[in-house]
Design a protein around this ligand. Structure first.
Ligand code: NAP
Length: 323
């Protein structure tokens, strides 16, 4: 337990989510007092069950507030007495809505609601969960290494609603801090696809798509793209480090383990390392090397001393948990 944590209160938005729950878990383990917002208090019992499965035995330091990103209600109460806010909540559906505003409005206006309330309450720093979605979707990955300097252009033709929502929300957050943030600090984490086991087994849309579909045999051809992977435990850890590290102020950090994978690569890893799980996997083919996305995570490693697990470890531990 960290000494500084004992008297420090942190708000995590979206404690019901895959990453939000892991942030709550790690903060409680470090001794912080944690407040978390959920859209419905009906989810409280399920969250407590998951935290128990994660090793939490006392819940004196955890409280829940009902708040929705699309409404003003309760945000002032949520941020009250908080030194830090981890703003993790944002819509992340498995299927794109017909109207992109179903994602853009809660992502952008929700971030602004959280930032406004946090500034008014004297919060020291907000750590916003953005995404690689806000970095790498406006140019071909061929012969290019993405870094935190890159931005997705929200006007890129055909940009999917989720990618647009994360880009617009992150831009809005930086604009807010520059023009209206006062003394409050902002740090942004840009994770790639988040995988990894979580207590309670509440997985996210990316996991449902890539792993369950593959293991069930529903994915019959290798989709013509690759993606990078970051472990949910390492992503939460990066949020916690970025929350207090002086050098994280005003910075964005790409969160990824080394190297991209295609669905074919994951299938081959499962065949080799977990052959008993490979029975339903279809006969897939590799895709062109030109489709592999390259990125540098030097910044998080050197500035914050972050050391993520390998993608193979994350994928295999996820598969073991799904079994
Ligand atoms: P998730 O499990 O779907 O969690 C999303 C969270 O946001 C849930 O707690 C959800 O609450 C909450 N939320 C959605 N709409 C809301 C609204 N209108 N008002 C209040 N809360 C709302 O997804 P996740 O993977 O943990 O995602 C967490 C964050 O990481 C998001 O910002 C996402 O964009 C980002 N991210 C995720 C990945 C990934 O691969 N998973 C990669 C990069 C970035 P309910 O439980 O009520 O729905």
């Amino acid at each position: 337990m960290k000494n500084s944590a004992i008297t420090t209160t942190v708000l995590v938005t979206g404690g019901s989510g895959y990453l939000g729950l892991q942030c709550v878990l790690q903060l409680l383990k470090e001794g912080y007092t944690v407040k978390t917002t959920i859209r419905s208090l009906a989810k409280k019992a399920e969250i407590i069950q998951s935290l128990k499965a994660g090793g939490i035995t006392s819940f004196d330091k955890l409280s829940f507030i009902e708040a929705d990103l699309t409404k003003d209600d309760n945000w002032a109460e949520a941020v009250r007495d908080c030194t830090y806010v981890l703003h993790v909540a944002s819509p992340f559906p498995a299927i794109d809505p017909e109207d992109e505003n179903e994602l853009i409005v809660p992502a952008r206006d929700g971030s602004l609601r959280v930032l406004n309330a946090a500034r008014d309450a004297g919060v020291k720093r907000v750590v916003l969960t953005s995404s690689f979605a806000a970095i790498g979707y406006s140019r071909s990955p061929k012969d290019y290494v993405f870094t935190e300097k890159d931005w997705t252009d929200p006007n890129t033709p055909g940009l999917r609603p989720y990618l647009k929502s994360k880009t617009i929300a992150e831009r809005a957050a930086w604009d807010f801090i520059e023009k209206e943030g006062g003394q409050m600090e902002l740090t942004v984490i840009n994770p790639v696809g988040i995988f990894g086991p979580v207590p309670g087994g509440n997985y996210s849309a990316s996991m449902e798509f890539a792993l369950k579909g593959l293991l069930n045999g529903d994915i019959k051809e290798t989709p013509n793209f690759t993606f990078n992977i970051v472990d949910v435990r390492d992503t939460a850890d990066l949020h916690l480090v970025a929350m207090t590290h002086p050098a994280a102020k005003g910075e964005r950090f790409l969160a990824a383990s080394e190297g991209a994978v295609s669905i074919y690569d994951i299938a081959e890893l499962i065949r080799k390392e977990r052959p008993l799980c490979a029975a339903n996997i279809a006969g897939l083919k590799p895709i062109s090397a030109d489709m592999y996305v390259h990125m540098s995570t030097e910044k998080a490693r050197t500035v914050l001393g972050w050391k993520p697990r390998s993608k193979e470890t994350t994928l295999l531990e996820t598969i073991d948990a799904l079994k």
